[in-house]
Design a protein around this ligand. Sequence first.
Ligand SMILES: Cc1cc2nc3c(=O)[nH]c(=O)nc-3n(C[C@H](O)[C@H](O)[C@H](O)COP(=O)(O)O)c2cc1C
Length: 59
Amino acid sequence: MKTAVCYYSRHHGNTLQVLQAMARADAMDLIDVTARQMVRLEDYDCIGFASGVYFGKFH
Ligand SMILES: Cc1cc2nc3c(=O)[nH]c(=O)nc-3n(C[C@H](O)[C@H](O)[C@H](O)COP(=O)(O)O)c2cc1C
């Protein structure tokens, strides 16, 4: 299964550190939503979204 996680990790890079540990255990592409890049999400079987939580909401 091809997996991607779109992430925003602004404050301490905590979200990215967690995702990098996950990616070492199970192959996945990490997509920085602040970087300009062409990504074809339809090519993935599983798509996740990740960020820190600020005042009860995803960043
Ligand atoms: C101003 C501020 C508000 C926050 N609010 C919450 C919150 O409501 N709930 C929570 O669980 N963590 C909260 N946090 C902690 C962040 O979600 C946590 O540090 C997260 O790992 C940051 O992710 P990042 O380094 O990838 O941006 C808050 C942190 C800051 C600085």
